[in-house]
Write a protein that binds this ligand. Structure first.
Ligand code: IMO
Ligand code: MG
Length: 458
């Protein structure tokens, strides 16, 4: 595994491994970097964005909504962010919620209040006037659809998606449906707002079993508009102006590649384009703009909600990983499903997103296992074997993993600050990932704190 091109610390020329330590200079190349999740979400994107924020002027959220849960630990203090880019925690950073996000004002205002009460300066937050608004009836619709699916389970092969019930799918559906969608700019246009909400409530009546209270909804939305008005801006020009001025922009992905509405395990996915492709539509920048794409992955797999997960574990191993990794949803508190690492899925995610470096998170969680397993191929229902991902919920459910077994490491690694300080089997595990995914590793996280990060090559 110690091949000359894949061995850690000696990555290909031009890889981010050439960058210096935290806070001492650029860890990424160029001026438009993206951070994307390579699995089913919760990969640790928040921590990485927080780390990279120090060397970026602007951090942009381009997809998803309050379904995301990015937790960041600074000096032992944990911050849970859902809608506000994690870059807000870094002083002086402009934090943009771009047009591709579905904006839940209720969740956003709560988050703002919490951050302010903890002394975080939130004056750098701006919201796209074109972001679609998640209305209370979207959450009711999300719940109603999930309940209908649940009640039909047993008779139908369709099961509930296991959504976060934050109204994400219905809000995106209304955006594409167009007729009665509410955008952030509408919150500031009383006449249009009332008309849109009244129309939407008529459309929702058959799904919800009753028409939502238009007047109450208008009052709520008007109050949101009053508070959000100073933040609502034309963010597309704003982002381009920043890029033209030579500022460094970081695009913060939410959710994960395997939850992408087009490329994930449909229908067990979310409503948005979660990967680098989503940046173009979700922020109004050309796809050619990115100078690096950091793929964030856990050292194992997790998933919340329904849908196939070939390497899923149960019993003692799952319990140990869940407890050590605090694998409970930041948004819903649900225990996450856990499993061994799946490099078939990771290779696919690297391909879809054009990942230029990997960030391996939560490696410390795997300490104490004699053997670590990594899925390198699937055996499919028809008896064939493949090393290609199957982007379909039903078909992937019939896949069983083929594992490569590797020696584990018994000692705790949270105090390591360089690759040589890691036990040999841990380094071999990282080397294996790098070789199988075909992308160099730039970062390794060995604990929740900012300092518990190894920047490869330093
Ligand atoms: P972060 O940004 C993990 C999952 C839900 C559900 C499916 C659809 O923290 O990585 P939705 O409410 O989006 O319609 O639910 O997608 N899901 C996530 N799982 N992390 C996330 O975000 C997720 N966002 C959505 O659990 O299975
Ligand atoms: Mg999360």
């Amino acid at each position: 595994m110690a091949g000359t091109t894949s061995s850690l610390g000696g990555g290909p020329a031009g890889s981010p491994s050439a960058g210096p330590r935290i806070g001492a200079g650029p860890m990424t190349k160029g001026n438009a970097t993206s951070v994307v999740g390579m699995q089913w979400g919760d990969e640790g994107k928040g921590k990485l964005v927080d780390l990279l924020s120090a060397e970026h002027d602007v951090v942009v959220r381009y997809n998803g909504g309050a379904n995301a849960g990015h937790s960041v630990v600074i000096d032992g203090q944990r911050y849970a962010l859902h809608l506000i880019p994690a870059g807000i925690l870094s002083k002086g950073t402009l934090a943009v919620i771009a047009n591709g996000v579905v904006l839940d004002p209720e969740a956003l205002l709560k988050e703002l209040d919490t951050l302010r009460s903890r002394g975080v300066d939130t004056s750098g937050l701006v919201i796209s006037a074109n972001a679609h608004v998640v209305m209370p009836y979207h959450k009711d619709e999300d719940a109603a659809r999930e309940d209908t699916l649940r009640s039909g389970a047993g008779e139908s092969p369709l099961t509930e998606i296991g959504t976060t019930r934050r109204g994400i799918g219905p809000a995106y559906a209304d955006k594409v449906q167009r007729a009665a969608a509410v955008r952030a700019r509408d919150l500031l246009r009383p006449e249009l707002l009332r008309a849109r909400i009244a129309q939407a409530c008529r459309f929702k009546a058959p799904v919800l079993g009753k028409e939502p209270d238009v007047e109450a909804m208008v009052a709520t939305a008007t109050a949101w508009g009053q508070r959000l008005a100073p933040m609502i801006r034309e963010t597309t020009y704003l982002i381009h102006d920043q890029l033209r001025a030579g500022k460094r922009v970081l695009f913060e992905g939410a959710n994960g590649t395997l939850l992408d509405v087009d490329h994930g395990t449909f229908p067990y996915v979310t409503g948005s384009s979660t990967g680098t492709a989503g940046i173009a539509t979700g922020a109004g920048v050309p796809p050619t703009i990115l100078t690096s794409a950091i793929g964030v992955m856990k050292a194992y797999s997790t998933r919340v909600g329904s849908g196939p997960m070939p390497t899923e574990l149960s019993g003692g191993i799952a319990h140990r990983i869940r407890e050590r990794g605090r694998e409970y949803g930041t948004t819903t508190g649900r225990p996450r499903r856990v499993g061994w690492l799946d490099v078939v899925a990771l290779r696919y995610a690297a391909m879809i997103n054009g990942v230029t470096s990997l960030s391996v998170m939560l490696l410390d969680v795997l300490a104490g296992f004699e053997t670590l397993k990594v899925c390198t191929a699937y055996r499919l229902g028809d008896g064939t074997t493949t090393d290609r991902f199957v982007a379909d919920g039903a078909e992937l459910a019939g896949a069983t993993p083929s594992y490569t077994e590797m020696p584990g490491f018994m000692e705790e690694i949270g105090a390591a600050r360089s690759l040589p300080a890691l036990p040999k089997p841990a380094r071999a595990y990282l080397d294996f990932i790098q070789e199988k995914v075909g992308v160099p590793i730039g970062f390794v996280s060995i604990g929740p704190d900012r300092e518990q990060t190894i920047i490869v090559g330093t």
